[in-house]
Design a protein around this ligand. Structure first.
Ligand code: GLC
Length: 601
């Protein structure tokens, strides 16, 4: 009996571990559609779209150039600001076109700026006259039309509502408040008389609202908003539309209230680590959210796809913005890229929609990023190849199962791609294939969830192992990597002034001899410091050599410590298998060594 119970317990533990490891475990039921969607559209459109980033001949007064901020930046009075409406072509504006564009771009949800910081409502609001119905000819309820189009095209609809900032309402948060101050009572008038009834309208008159996107990038305690006010908003949404998601920029910390559905990263901030809680990056194709005539730094389609893939490979979403003009047109530069993404997703979407992170580190492979999917026992890894290898071979390191089948996701015949599997290395032969114009995806199928070895250093695209401090599997002291400095002319390194040992693991696929290089900067005068590299039975010793100075940038008074690569010798790897590389650094009298990497090839 006891044994049975124990077996059951072990089974349950295994089950839980299994679930935790391989699904985005902290997604609540409400947010499931969201994490499965992965790609959404943000729409910034409002009165500011009529200014196009300029006011009376002057460009918006802030280098950040967010065109939707023009009212605030250039100190425009409400009545004058409203004159921008003259630029709007009400006979041309067609929100359905935005929805169709989202659809054709492979986007699964839209977040529309129902009310941005300027306080102007893009729907027929009975709460405030300051709304699109009152200022359009013929009268239009833009949000209403958008909501209908979303329903028609099966698109989820989210609403951006600027809660903290409102430059229109007498008691909303704006410039002078930070000089003159505003009483809590007055600010609450804005909250109770404009914000709450408007949110009620939005949740009552436009059918299902799939998410609410608030925009406060600081914690409420740093400004005028109170926790009580934020809880009031949250409770209202939960009460009127219990399925509606709420983002973290509402302004409550997760410790104060864990009932937030997804985290919003900073503007154009991509994910950096795997997280199980749902999250999203809002991003622009160039820089400004609202249309800006001077926007020019257009990201390429490949860059945008890489951003999307990066986020999905870490369990995140990507929401890409369009800033239509006052006639509703989406700038060609944006439309074209979105449609190209849509085309790519049409072929490769399987690796994105409903896909998740895999258990290897984000930077484990220099050829790209991995997403994964599980269905029953079966697991598929999607290798996103950023750079098609010049030697037409991709190596996947760290997965200890033999794949069942490998094919290009774009090949609907799923023709087998040849591969070689050894212990933890899968070598994929791409010599008969051509790269995708943007990013190629290789599907690698397994019959079960493969065993993952996370602590080995992969063979990189140049055929060697780059052992940097951040990749070590052991260190007897804390690894505190010095960041790159002076525009990266001083590379990332580990400053070692007292004896330190670091270890890495690699897998060598056949008996061979490899050379070992080390890169460091040593500025000491006394070359008594030394280091030792131990690989199996082999030991290489080396006395520090002064690496001297170098010039990082011509004619700029830019002298920096030189990081040099030293060839330490050759080492035999007599058998195929795992090896531990141990580096022992022994400085003399605290004369530090700035260690950068070991390179084995
Ligand atoms: C910022 C800006 C805003 C923009 C938003 C998008 O918070 O204030 O203009 O709507 O980011 O993420």
């Amino acid at each position: 009996m006891k044994n049975k119970r124990r077996a059951l317990l072990i089974f349950l533990i295994l089950l839980v571990t299994f679930q935790l490891g391989y699904s985005q475990s902290q997604t609540n039921k409400r947010a499931k559609w969201f994490t499965e969607s992965r790609l959404g559209m943000f729409i910034h459109w409002g009165i500011y779209s009529g200014a196009e980033g300029f006011w009376k001949g002057e460009k918006i007064r802030h280098n950040n150039d967010y065109a939707e901020w023009i009212m605030y930046r250039n100190n425009i009075e409400k009545n004058e600001y409203l004159e921008l409406i003259k630029h709007f072509d009400w006979n041309k504006i067609d929100p359905e076109k935005w929805v169709v564009l989202a659809k054709n771009s492979g986007m699964k949800y839209i977040t529309f700026t129902a009310k941005h910081h300027d306080g102007f409502a893009l729907w027929k609001s009975d709460v405030s006259d300051y709304n699109v119905w009152n200022y359009s000819y013929p009268q239009r309820d833009i949000l209403g039309e958008l909501a209908q189009a979303c329903k028609k095209h099966d698109m989820k609809l989210g609403l951006y509502y600027s809660h903290w900032i409102d430059w229109e309402h007498e008691f909303g948060w704006k410039h002078n408040m930070e000089i003159d101050g505003i009483s809590a009572e007055k600010y609450d008038i804005y909250w109770q008389e404009k914000l709450i009834p408007q949110i009620k309208e939005l949740l009552t008159n436009y059918g299902e609202i799939d998410l609410f996107w608030f925009d406060m990038w600081i914690h409420h305690s740093e400004t005028v908003v109170t926790k009580r006010q934020l809880m009031q908003v949250k409770n209202l949404i939960r009460e009127l539309q219990p399925n509606c998601l709420i983002n973290s920029r509402l302004g409550l910390s997760l410790e104060e209230d864990s009932d937030i559905d997804f985290k919003t990263l900073g503007d154009n901030q991509l994910g950096n680590k795997k997280e199980d809680f749902p999250w999203q990056s809002p991003a622009t194709v160039a820089h400004s959210w609202g249309f800006h005539a001077d926007d020019s730094k257009w990201k390429s389609t490949t860059t945008l796809l890489k951003s999307l893939i990066n986020n999905v490979s870490l369990n995140g979403n990507f929401m890409l913005n369009i800033g239509p003009r006052a006639n509703g047109d989406v700038p060609y530069e944006i439309e074209q890229r979105l449609l190209e993404m849509g085309k790519w997703l049409h072929t490769n979407g399987e690796s994105i929609y409903g896909a998740q992170a895999f258990d290897l580190d984000k930077n484990s492979h220099d050829w790209g990023r991995i997403t994964s999917k599980q269905s029953g026992e079966k697991t598929t890894l999607y290798l996103h190849i950023h750079n098609w290898p010049i030697d037409e071979q991709i190596i996947l390191s760290g997965v200890a199962n033999k794949p069942e089948k490998i094919y290009l996701l774009s090949d609907n015949k799923k023709k087998d791609i040849g591969f070689e599997f050894k212990d933890v290395i899968t070598k994929i032969d791409l010599s008969n294939y051509k790269p995708d114009n943007y990013i190629s995806v290789i599907a690698v199928e397994y019959n079960s969830f493969p065993k993952v070895i996370t602590d080995i250093v992969s063979i990189n695209s140049q055929g060697g192992y780059a052992l940097s401090p951040d990749k070590c599997s052991f260190s007897n002291k804390k690894i505190d990597v010095e960041k790159k400095s002076r525009y990266g002319t001083v590379p990332e390194h580990l400053a070692v002034s007292e004896s330190q040992t670091l270890k890495w693991k690699i897998f060598v696929e056949e008996p061979c001899t490899k050379s070992v290089d080390i890169s460091y900067s040593f500025q000491g005068k006394n070359p008594k410091g030394s280091l030792k590299i131990k690989i199996g039975e082999n030991i290489i010793s080396h006395n520090f050599e002064n690496s001297g100075k170098t010039v990082g940038e011509p004619n700029s008074n830019w002298v920096i410590d030189s990081f040099k690569s030293f060839r330490l010798g050759k080492i035999d790897f007599p058998n195929k298998g795992f090896y531990e590389i141990e580096l022992e650094i022994n400085p003399h009298k605290k004369e530090k060594l700035d260690f950068q990497w070991i390179w084995i090839k």
